[in-house]
Design a protein around this ligand. Structure first.
Ligand SMILES: [Zn+2]
Ligand SMILES: [Zn+2]
Length: 352
């Protein structure tokens, strides 16, 4: 086992630097995890590229990454149900448990949340981390540590489907086939959607969507795209997901919706979006947003345990820890080819 804790921290925009961090120890209710894999999320890539969160500069050095898997190497006082050697993934929302949103069960809206990789809370791109034991989830034998790092983005797709009311027989349009578009697709199919049409600007991503179970695809960025999606679904989608994070796409959701349909905004859509509300009214449609996820990790892991979704196909690139810089450059520079970049800190065969 490595004796030093090394992190790759953002030291200026587009620059990750290896540095030694304190070796964590497990306090009451906590576990120390040796991190095996970290996924590069869209938000991580954005922080890396710009050095900003919204209008605010990120205090540096800062450690990115909130999608991870690993093995428990130390257990703190009072921890039940977790032992050294357990393979786990992490739900990265440390909530207060006492605010109005927490008490109403909507803990993903906690106003005091500590979310690793969102300043000021350092993320997981380091060899060892300490975390509350109750936010770790055991990975079943059928789920590799590699796929374990995908549970977080899969939970975003699960949240989108839950909020959208996807169930057996529903027709779906997914606008945007990046990582979150693909996790939404997998969850729609797992929930029994009858027909799922995926649209994106890049043919390479549409090919990936077809491989992962999309019933058909439509190349976006053309004026006729919305009409083609409607036609393929015989009059529009019962549920339309915006997963591209673009106001153009968000605006297009109304044009692809069926009567009585539901729009779900999943992507981070910047700026203002023109929406034809009259059109939406005549359709009797509605718009929902999601924010992260809640209560989805067990269900997602259950799907992986039963090999119900081909989640590993989302992984397009894996880089070793020492090439973290290149991993992030790939994530921002090759959007047409990247669905999920993973950083491998420890070889899976290495044990804890
Ligand atoms: Zn993420
Ligand atoms: Zn709270």
């Amino acid at each position: 086992m490595a004796t030093k804790n090394i992190a790759y921290a953002l030291t200026k925009p587009r620059e990750l630097t290896p540095m030694e961090r304190e070796m964590p120890s497990a306090g009451p209710g906590e576990v120390v995890i040796r991190v095996f894999y970290v996924g590069v999320c869209g938000s991580d890539a954005h922080f890396f590229e710009t050095g900003f969160r919204g209008e605010t500069p990120i205090p540096m050095p800062f450690v990115l990454g909130h999608e991870c898997s690993g093995i428990i190497v130390a257990v703190g006082e009072g921890v039940k149900g977790r032992s050294v050697g357990d393979r786990v993934t992490i739900e990265p929302q440390i909530t207060c448990g006492t605010c109005k949103m927490c008490r109403s069960g909507r803990y993903n809206m906690c106003e005091h949340v500590k979310f690793p990789s969102v300043p000021p809370w350092d993320g997981f791109l380091q060899r060892y981390i300490v975390f509350p034991a109750h936010l770790t989830f055991l990975l079943p034998d059928a789920c590799s540590l590699r796929v374990g790092a995908l549970v977080e983005p899969l939970s975003v797709g699960a949240e989108a489907c839950k909020v959208g009311g996807v169930c057996v027989g529903k027709s779906v349009a997914i606008l945007g086939a990046g990582c979150i578009g693909l996790t939404t697709l997998l969850m729609c199919k797992a929930r029994g959607a009858s027909k799922v049409v995926v649209s994106d600007l890049f043919q390479s991503r549409l090919d990936a969507a077809l491989e992962m179970g999309a019933d058909s695809v439509v190349l976006g960025g053309r004026p006729e795209a919305a009409e083609e999606i409607r036609a393929q679904l015989g009059g529009g989608a019962d549920i339309v997901f915006e997963t591209a994070g673009s106001s153009k796409t968000a605006s297009m959701t109304v044009d692809t919706l069926a009567r009585g349909g539901q729009i779900v905004i999943v992507g981070n859509v910047p700026g203002k979006t023109p929406i034809e509300f009259m059109k939406l009214m005549y359709l009797g449609g509605s718009i929902q947003t999601i924010y992260r996820y809640r209560n989805n990790f067990d269900m997602t892991i259950g799907l992986l345990a039963g090999n119900r979704i081909p989640a590993d196909r989302i992984i397009s690139h894996v880089f070793p820890f020492e090439r973290s810089q290149e991993a992030f450059e790939t994530a921002i520079g090759q959007k047409d080819r990247v669905s999920k970049v993973l950083i491998q800190i420890v070889d899976e065969g290495a044990g804890a």
